[in-house]
Every structure is written in C-alpha cells, then in structure tokens.
Design a protein around this ligand. Sequence first.
Ligand code: HEC
Length: 738
Amino acid sequence: MKILHWIWILIGLGACALPGLLHPRPRVHAAESRVTWSRQIAPIVYRHCAACHHPGGAGPFSLLRYQDARRRAPQMLDVTQSRFMPPWLPAPGYGDFADSRRLSDEDVDLIKRWVESGAPEGNPAEAPAPPHYDATWQMGKPDLILSVERPFTLRASGTDVFRNFVLPYPLAQTHFIRAMEVLPSTPQIVHHANVLIDRTASFRHQHRTNWRDGVPGMELEVDSGNTFAPDSHFLFWKPDTPVLVEAPGMPWRLDPGNDLILNMHLKPSGKPEIISAKIGLYFAEEPATKHPMLLQLDADSELDIPPGDRNFVVQDELKLPVDVEVLGVYPHAHYLGRVLEGWAMLPNGEKKWLIRIPNWDIDRQSVYRYRAPVLLPRGTVLHMRYVYDNSDDNIHNPHDPPVRVRAGNQSTDEMAHLWLQVLPVHVPRDGPDPRLLLEQAWMQHRLERRPGDYIALYNLASASAALGRYAEAATLYRRLLSAHPNDARAMNSLGAALERAGDNQGAEQAFTQAIALSPDTCDAGYNLAALEVKSSRFADAEHQFRDLLLHCAADAGIRSGLGVALQGEGNAAAAREEFQRALDLDPENFTALYHLGELAIESGQPEQAVDLLQAAAKDRPDDLDTREHLAMAFAQSGRAADALSQLRDAIRLSPADASLHALLSQVLAGSGELQQAIEEQNQALHLQPNDPDGWNNLGVLEARTGKTAAARSDFEHALRLAPDHAQARANLAHLPPA
Ligand code: HEC
C-alpha cells in the first residue's frame, strides 16, 4: 500500500523539475484527487438523484446512504455514462432550461473516477446531511386542501391507466393561487398528473352519474363558458417536483363554481393499489399582474403513420401577432414519437431553438421552463417538427407487429402537440387584451388547416366579438351554424354579436331561435328580455323574465332583470321587491344595487341611496352612471364635498362626458362656488353645444353673478335651439330690462 502510493506520487510529479517542491505538493494533490462519497459524490446524488431515489420515491431504490450507493456503484457508472440518468430529454444547447437535470460533464467524470477507484466513502464527517423526504406538505400547511372523494383501486397488472378526478372548488370567493402541491396517497404508482381548471364545471356535468368515482380518459376537453379565460399555466405534476410555485405576479385564478380536474397517469405495480390524492393550494395576497397564456402548435390531423415507417414527419407553424416572452414549453407525443423539435424564426431571419428532444420517451415527458424568458418579437414564426418511428426498431412501439396509427385519445394512438407558455410584452396601454390577438391568430391558423374545426371556429368568433368586431363575429357564428344548425349556444352568441353590431331585429330573431333550440337554458331568454328592456318593451320583458324564473329561479340576474322591467312599467314597489330578492341570492348583484339606489334617490331617501350606490361602485368602480348617481345622492344628503370628489373622479375617468361636467356645475352652484360652476357648465356646453337645458342653466348662473347681458344671450341661445323651452322663456322674462 505504501509503495503504491509512493509510485503514484512519483508518476504524478514526473514533469516537475523542482526538487524542493517534491514534498509539499504530492500530499495536496492526493487529497484533491481522491474522489469520495462524503466529499464529492453525496452532494451530486443529493442534488440530482435523491428527489426520486429515496424511500417511497419514484426511483426503484434509495441512494441516500453510502451503503445504498456503494451497492449500486457500477450501475450508477453505467447510467450516468449513457446519460440514461437522471431522466432528462432535451439536448443541451437547444434551449436553456431552469430546471435542467442534466449532469455536467465534470459530475459525470467524478462519478466515473469514484466508481473506478472502488467507490470509497471517505470521511463520513465531511458528508452533507441527506435531504429529508416525507409524505407531508413541503411548503407547510396549505391554505386550502381539496381531496379526491372516492379512492380508486388500480388493478395489479396490465396497461397504464388514465383517471380523471373532479375536485370542486368549495369557496364563495375568488382566490389567486401562488403554489400548488399534489399529494397522492401512493406516489410510487403515479407516473405524472395534470391539473385542469374547469371554469364551468362542464366535465362534472358531462359525467353527472360517475364523476365522483373518477372518469377514465387520457386527454379531456373542458368548456370555458362565455368568458375568455384561456389556460395560462402548466399545472403539471411529477413525483420529483411535487410543488408548483408560480413566478411573482403570476398566480392563477380560482372562482366560485370552478372545478379542478386531476388527470392522473397510473402504473400498475404488481399488486392492487388503492389510490387517492389531495391538492394543496397556497393563496397569493395580490391578484395576478401578469397574464400569460398557453399556445399550442399541433399536427394531429396529419398523423397517419404507416406500419414500418421509421421516419414519418409532421410539422406546424404559427405566426405571432404580438411580442411575447416564452416562459416554458411542453412537447407531447405518445410512443412512436422519436425526434421532437420546436424553434422560432425571428423577423430578422435569426433562428432560435426552443427545444430539441433527440430521443423521445413518453414516460419521461415534462414541462420545461426557461432559465430566462425567450423574447420573440411580433412577426416571429413558431415551428414544430416531429419525427415518428413506427417500426420494430422502436422499443416503445406498443404494437407488435406495427400497425397503422392515427391521432387519437388512447395511448396507443398518436399525438403531435407543442405547448408554449407565453407572456405578451410591450403591450400598448389602450390596445385590446393581447391574448385575444394570440387566440385569434391561433384559431385562424387552425381553421386554415382544418376548415371544419368546430372549436377553432367557435373560439375565433368569440375572440372577434371580444375584440369588438361584432359584424365579423356574426359572420363566423353564421358559418358555424350552417354546419351545426341546432347549436343553441352559437345561436345565442350570434344574437349577442348582432345586438352589439346594432341589428336588434336580427338579434331578437337569433335569441328566439336559440330559446326554441334549448328551452331549458336561460342565457338566450335572458338576452331576449334584456333586449326588450333596452327597447323599452317593459311588459314583454316582464313576461319573458317571469318565464325564465320557471327554470332558473335562483338566478340573481333574472330577478334583477325582472325588477328593471317592472321599474320601467312604473311599478316601483314590485321592482323594489325583485331587487331585494336578487340581493338575497347575491348580495353583490350590481343591477339590483344600482337600481335600488336610483329608486331611493327618486323617493327622497338619499342616505339609503348612498349605501346602495357605494356598494354598486365597489363592484364596478369604472361605471360612470353609478358614480353620477352616487354624486347626486351625496349632494342630496348634504355631503357636497363627497359629491364633488365623486364627480371629479368620474371626470378623470371620462373627461369628455358633458353630463358629468353639468352635474359638477350644479353641485358647485349648490355650495356657492358660482364662478367654478360657470366654468364647468361652459365645459359641458363645449362638449355638447346643442343642449338647450345646458344654455338655460348657464344663463341662470350668469344671472346670479349679475352678468345680465351674458345671461340674456344664453337664454336666447337656448330658445333658438328649442323655441318652446318654457323655463328659458320665463327666465328671459324675469331678467331686468337691458
Ligand atoms: C426524476 C426521477 C429520477 C431521478 C432524478 C433519477 N432517477 Fe434513477 N431512476 C428513476 C426511475 C423511475 C428508474 C427506473 C427506470 C425508469 O423507469 O427509467 C431509475 C433507475 C435508475 C437506475 C437503475 C437503472 C436500470 O438499469 O435499471 C439507476 C442506477 C439510477 N436510476 C441511478 C440514478 C442516478 C445515479 C441518478 C442521479 C444522477 C438518478 N438515478 C436520478 C428515476 C430517477
């Protein structure tokens, strides 16, 4: 032993010609070169392997203790040399990922030297403490825990199972979620899981009888309802990254009535296993300030892979209508996928790789987040190119012998998806929601590829409507209806688009047809009644609202709508009752609060009006009518200062609103600020010069400040605009003669 050691030192110093250094240097060199578990290997294993290789983890054995690792040392050498471990699919140099598990060349080399020198332990005192894993929440107790209602029994053997569990969001308030952890009862059999937000509980409604037991299926579609709430986050769970923490400013939203769907990929273990799961949610203090969106490139419609073909290629591309930062990427294919590539061609001709997976393995799929956001200017074209191998050589091929494979929902079918999480940047202040522009570009592209794509056509029409292009939206809904004439929802949406485009008659026709197509749903009936209110057909509206109550009695919107119709018919008492019922159902119902406030002003109860209108304004701070009424209520209850500040806020929101200036003028006059009142009234008339009342009011103010000549000309101006304006005539008569 001693001799060997000495020889080694001698060889090591062969090139050194300075005898004086012979003694100090060898010792230092030896200590550095000896690779031990305690000093170099444990830190690598704890960082790169232990998340899966701990007792109860996703890996088949633990590597936490030296004895465990020594026993596996030759295997560790093999799997790190071949880069089979740690599992990491993206090729280096094709996207810089924050959570890269790939070992550095130095670490791979250290493991090699350690194994080849007999896997020594070294000094145990130098080893770091092993990481601690247990089956509890890693971030402490969550703010809300949702549980799978009925555990599911996974059979002992056979193919993988995909199971969807519905977890209704039980709270009555909206919350923003900054982190989520999934805690399966038996993590070893959960390969991965996706969490979907079902904004309308549509999946639960599709599976009314069996949702509590979990529903089989690999991919699912959920219905986001009538509001634009695009998927924005990858809620993808894997055993080694159980907590998903969102970036600052980017929590995701959960509203009352939403469901979470836990889509789990389960692997039979050899014995029957009972699986359930909990989802822990951590609330953010503040709502989201940044709104990312998930975009998908896909080539499913091209998938028709002949047996034996080992080089079947599909592609897709999408041109970006806005500047975005790409935050993450999730490539997805099934067992035949071999090479998966995504890249971006910038308008200046530069090619930026987003990801390249040279050797796809569905069992190792993952979401990849970029270390730094990848900026892509508008006009960039996103590309995906996937290569499939449907030959015997593909060890993952589920068919032996190979068969023709097309796109589909079974794991033995194929898929070609590339999901990107993008955050629009450089957004113009007054422009539309950039995600709508992305949605529009994406759906337009989908339609170009598949003109009959129902979802694309529907989403494109909705995006056009949301962008204020109502005529375009109506055309798209008509196109959709020509293929699906019995689609009540599209018919209702057509009505809404026509109404916004100013075609009330067409809207009414569409709403009526939608009601006939689906008499039990209340949307179209509500829209029709609201249209009748708008055109002052209050009796028709009342009738329509009462009909709706037969199906949707517990709907605050219908109750308050009925109230508005009754108010329009002059029946204030009955209206008040309906508004009150609406508030019993939903204390924040805006329509009820606003109209009750208005009625309180009319009946001389300004204090009550203040309370109601303040509540309404809290719900819609930008609604000018509410602020205007609130100001009136303040003024009537003698709170001139509150009225003034209310009106000044409103004018800040809408400086060109003549009636706000006119009202401000009146309140100022009421508190004796005549000069300012005249200025505001002049402002109002500047904005709306043909208002006889306005000229009359200005005349009164001028007269009160002794400017008789000016007052005279104001009253005469009012009379020129409206020759039978009685007040102006009387005021003119009262002026002292010129
Ligand atoms: C993301 C989880 C994960 C990480 C991280 C991970 N492993 Fe594994 N490891 C597994 C799984 C799962 C298996 C079982 C084989 C499979 O399914 O890929 C495995 C298998 C192995 C095997 C047995 C291979 C065989 O041929 O059966 C070795 C050895 C191994 N891992 C070593 C390591 C080492 C060393 C590291 C760190 C450098 C590491 N693993 C990191 C999950 C992981």
